[in-house]
Write a protein that binds this ligand. Structure first.
Ligand code: G6P
Length: 365
């Protein structure tokens, strides 16, 4: 069936706007009577002591984000790799390992090859997919749908946040199974996840603000993204989104790595986008920002009211986000990353839905 743009200028804009409703669908599918229910036989994490996650592109950054969740809340060791490296590296798969493949299309050649490498070696083959009848879904022991609906824009948006919400739910399930989270903790985590659609709606209302900032970003040749903790993978996703559709060179670094190289690039021409809710590590991020500002760098700070207050003066611009629980912050902060990429591309007049040289689904190596 043909999908229309629903009054939006681009599919990407429509898909960004759809996120509160598709996330609501995903939450409704997995949470029944206040409990997490997985389809089919589900998975028992008491039998798993290592998780290997493999994907490409945006789905890879969803995996990197989920690594923080699985390790922090479920104390489950996680390896993450891009499929093209994983498949030829031939990593040893030890007993007790579950292998998890994340793919919007479920047809990415490298990811499918990585899955086939793990078949017969890993205890369980899991996948997180948008297309339930895809090859990756069919060849998994358990395929978890993300229920994002068809995604047409080449740059993935709603599939990313839906992948994240399913992975977050899986991490909570792992924490519960492994005795790392009690009933109260689970209830709190589910509440935080359930609050997301409302918060995403508030973040979407920042569209005009993002468009304003983007007109300035569109003039840049290079842009750096910084983040710490689970915001670090999101910095990567922000940089990927921006280069995919605006063709501006963008790179992401862990905030703490700035001094080990990228600070050499900073001058008054390089915007540095800092994605930093006011969390436990915020103070450290503020000192990284000061290093940038001391060299004339232009900091665009994406944070909440408390963060903006603590960051003080000297930032180039600020995008003020609603306050959000640390656990789910990367899902909410995906929205400003998407909006900035989108509006920067619109300001540059590029082909947002069909960026040059890219394909929606890469089924050849
Ligand atoms: C292509 C797309 C990306 C996507 C990646 C992985 O490069 O342009 O948007 O993230 O493939 O695709 P998958 O379908 O496996 O998630």
């Amino acid at each position: 069936a043909r999908v229309d743009k629903g009054g939006h200028k681009h599919y990407m804009a429509k898909e960004i706007a759809e996120q509160p409703s598709v996330l609501t669908n995903a939450l409704g599918f997995y949470i029944k009577d206040g409990r997490i229910e997985l389809p089919g036989a589900g998975i028992d994490f008491t039998k798993i002591d290592r998780l290997t996650m493999v994907a490409c592109g945006t789905a890879f950054y969803a995996c990197l984000t989920a690594k923080y969740w699985f390790e922090q809340i479920a104390r489950l060791p996680v390896d993450v790799d891009v499929a093209s490296e994983f498949r030829y590296r031939e990593p040893p798969i030890t007993p007790g390992t579950a292998a998890l493949f994340v793919s919007q299309s479920g047809e990415t050649a490298d990811t499918l090859a990585a899955l086939r490498y793990c078949a017969g070696k890993a205890d369980r083959i899991l996948s997180v997919v948008n297309v339930p009848e895809s090859s990756i879904a069919r060849e998994s022991d358990l395929a978890l749908p993300i229920l994002a609906g068809r995604e047409i824009g080449v740059a993935s948006t709603k599939a990313f946040t839906c992948q994240l919400i399913v992975l977050a739910l899986l991490a909570v399930k792992a924490a519960q199974d492994r005795g790392e989270m009690d009933a109260e903790g689970v209830a709190r985590a589910l509440e935080q996840l359930t609050a997301l659609p409302g918060l995403l709606n508030q973040a979407l209302a920042l569209g005009d603000r993002a468009a304003e900032v983007s007109r300035k970003l569109a003039e840049a040749r290079d842009i750096l993204f910084l983040g710490r903790g689970a915001m670090y993978p999101l910095a990567h996703e922000g940089a990927l989104k921006l280069k995919e559709i605006s063709y501006i060179h963008a790179e992401a670094y862990a905030s703490g790595e700035l001094k080990h190289g990228p600070i050499a690039l900073v001058d008054k021409h390089v915007p540095v986008i800092v994605m930093a809710p006011r969390d436990a590590l915020f103070e450290k991020t503020v000192s990284n920002m000061q290093e940038v500002m001391a060299r004339g760098g232009k900091v665009l700070l994406i944070t909440d009211a408390k963060g903006a207050d603590e960051a003080g003066d000297g930032v180039w611009d600020t995008i003020l986000m609603p306050e959000v629980a640390d656990f789910v912050a990367p899902i909410l902060y995906a929205v400003p990353a998407q909006l900035l990429a989108y509006h920067t591309a619109v300001a540059k007049g590029t082909d947002v839905d069909q960026p040059r040289n890219l394909a929606k689904s890469v089924t050849v190596e």
